[in-house]
Design a protein around this ligand. Structure first.
Ligand code: SAM
Length: 254
């Protein structure tokens, strides 16, 4: 049997035994997937639980269904990985959002660095809406139980402060003397493994040396990913994948 289609829905669409769907999801159900009463779907309210639903009505404006089973989703990584990605041109930032969501990133923080082509923090409503949709579709596709958070854009000093407050904070920097691998081995030796880990990735032109010094002053560790220079959107994903692999988050279930 094909896996059931999954939809993140607003929590208030869900009552204990039924769900009422409105808006774009109805168009998706009715016209794109051609689902009918009697078909099953999974709905997610971003609580970490999934609800298997049998559709009872699919009309032009709304769909309704009965909740059959409620299950805890077991696909979320233990580690809360935050990706502070410097703003990138065109579709590259969207690519990082989509692939980061598939991998298991829990939070994205658009960061404004000196060499960003975009030089303002104000991300217009249209762009935010598009980014939110990209994250949601990737989370549905990857069978996640939680939606990664999309934070407001921030300047580098604010980003560094926030990262360090949350736990170990790493800046990917080509000039770093320590590798990501070395830092991960150091974290293994801690009595209590960290619950959060933040990764800061530069823009297309990289971080300036002043920015690297500033980040270090805030307590962010500079780490390298080896001798090859990766594109900015590749670097964050490679680091996220390496961290999740190191922590056993890419193992087969069971
Ligand atoms: N200015 C750099 C150059 O031309 O040598 C390129 C910067 S790179 C395209 C963009 C960002 O990706 C960097 O700021 C860094 O965060 C990350 N990055 C890429 N390759 C990396 C590596 N080998 N080690 C650490 N970070 C890397």
């Amino acid at each position: 049997m094909n896996p059931l289609h999954r939809f993140f829905i607003p929590p208030d669409a869900l009552a204990p035994n039924r769900v009422i769907l409105t808006g774009t999801v109805v168009h998706q159900l009715r016209h794109v997937l051609r689902l009918r009463p009697g078909d099953h779907i999974i709905v997610l309210d971003d609580s970490g639980w999934e609800h298997e639903v049998e559709l009872t009505e699919v009309s032009r404006e709304r769909a309704e269904g009965a909740v059959l089973v409620r299950r805890l989703v077991e696909t979320e990584p233990q580690i809360q990985l935050s990706l502070y990605q410097s703003l990138l041109k065109g579709e590259r930032f969207e690519w990082a959002l989509q692939k980061g969501t598939e991998l298991g990133v829990m939070e994205f923080v658009p960061t404004l660095a000196a060499r960003c082509v975009v030089q303002h923090l104000d991300l217009n409503a249209h762009r935010l809406e598009r980014w939110t949709r990209i994250v949601q579709e990737a989370a549905e596709q990857a069978r996640r139980g939680r939606l990664p958070r999309l934070q407001s854009a921030m300047l580098l000093p604010e980003a560094c402060k926030r990262m360090v407050r949350a736990g170990p904070a790493l800046m990917l920097h080509e000039g770093a003397r320590t590798s990501l691998r070395q830092v991960l081995h150091e974290l293994d030796r801690l009595d209590r493994p960290p619950l959060n880990l933040s990764l800061l990735v530069g823009p297309e032109g990289g971080f300036t040396e002043q920015e690297a010094t500033l980040a270090e002053r805030y307590g962010v560790r500079l780490v390298g990913l080896g001798p090859r220079i990766l594109r900015a959107e590749t670097a964050g994903l490679v680091a996220a994948a390496a961290i999740l692999y190191h922590l056993g988050e890419l193992e087969s279930p069971g």
